[in-house]
Design a protein around this ligand. Structure first.
Ligand code: PEP
Ligand code: MN
Length: 332
């Protein structure tokens, strides 16, 4: 149950409630909001006078549910807003990993030259093998920060675990919670305490309910700036790296009130399929696309096979624009 308390109800009352109802609470516009397990269906009589409004749910998708907010939420990334009825599809590009100053500078110049606003690049890489390149860590984050300062771009980078989440929150404009990290409560709880946008990637074995519940961890701490990112599931198929779950996206669009970004790069695993998949994604009327691009994918230190070279990325962008227009969206 979500309970909006009346203006002026103070922390003491909230503390009294939170115990018996096992409620989480946060404050919005000077009013407290309590969220209990969905199994709670009624307001205890002694608290009724404090309640402004309340919503009852069948399951623990609550703050993220369209039953609570029927309009899709908006999220601001620097100067641009996605979600709501903005009709914006933000194209976030850049390499899988920050590898050197030259490489990330070339990427930043490229993203800027296309009139795009947001640069991605991983610094703390959640690699499958301990022997592969693990990312440049803090040094990479500082390079991203430098690119932000020099090119006026927003930066997005992923948290691999909770050990470095504070520095990512401090320096990044959007915190990416990776597919392998989306169950990490340390990361999610830290993201709940900031108001920076958090992009949560769906794990490759994660149900839609679990995905939305990861968002609930952040929302229930009071951070409303959550974006969901579909990036492919593991299925029986091995010819592509993962299977992009567009049915799942349609389900989220119907039931969940958060902006949705799609990542065809990690789903496909091969550059050749990325532009055409990107068109399919944009045709669904989505809030953003995350596409890996590298100045020279052949020498990329991670995800080399799926990163687009810059001419291919440019061609893809030009082809996406009319697709977006056809569904009343605009690539920004
Ligand atoms: C990435 O974005 O580079 C990445 C590692 O993605 P995912 O968490 O989806 O595997
Ligand atoms: Mn990658």
């Amino acid at each position: 149950m979500i309970i909006h308390l009346k203006e002026g109800v103070n922390q003491t009352v909230v503390n009294e409630w939170s115990g018996p109802l096992k409620a989480l609470s946060f404050k919005k516009d000077d009013k407290f909001i309590l969220v209990t397990e969905a199994s709670v269906k009624e307001i205890p009589a002694q608290f009724e006078s404090y309640v402004d409004s309340f919503w009852v749910f069948d399951n623990d998708i609550q703050l993220a549910s369209k039953k609570y907010k029927s309009e899709k939420r908006t999220v601001k990334i620097g100067d641009v807003t996605i979600g709501g009825n903005t009709g914006n599809t933000i194209l976030i590009g850049g390499p899988c990993s920050v590898e050197s100053e030259d490489q990330i500078r070339e990427s930043a110049e490229f993203i800027k030259s296309l009139g795009l606003t947001t640069l991605r690049g991983g610094c703390y890489k959640p690699r499958t093998s301990p022997y592969s390149f693990q990312g440049m860590g803090f040094e990479g984050l500082m390079l991203l920060k430098k690119m932000k300062a020099e090119y006026g771009l927003n930066i997005i980078t992923e948290a691999r675990d909770a050990t470095h989440i504070d520095e990512i929150i401090e320096h990044s404009d959007v915190i990416q919670v990776g597919a392998k990290a989306m169950y990490d409560q340390g990361i999610l709880r830290a993201c709940a305490k900031t108001d920076k946008p958090v992009l949560i990637k769906r794990g490759f074995g994660t149900t839609l309910k679990e995905f939305a519940q990861a968002a609930e961890f952040v929302l229930s701490g009071g951070n409303e700036n959550v974006i969901l990112c579909e990036r492919g599931l593991r299925t029986f198929e091995t010819n592509t790296r993962f299977t992009l779950d567009l049915c799942g996206v349609a389900w989220l669009q119907e039931h969940v009130n958060l902006p949705i970004v799609l990542d065809p790069s990690h789903a496909m695993g091969y550059a050749y399929g990325v532009p055409v998949l990107a068109k399919a994604c944009v045709a669904m009327g989505i809030d953003g696309l995350l596409i890996e691009a590298h100045p020279d994918p052949r020498v990329a230190k991670s995800d080399a096979s799926q990163q687009l070279d810059h001419p291919t990325f440019t061609k893809m962008l030009n082809e996406l624009k009319p697709v977006a227009e056809a569904v009343d969206y605009k690539i920004i």
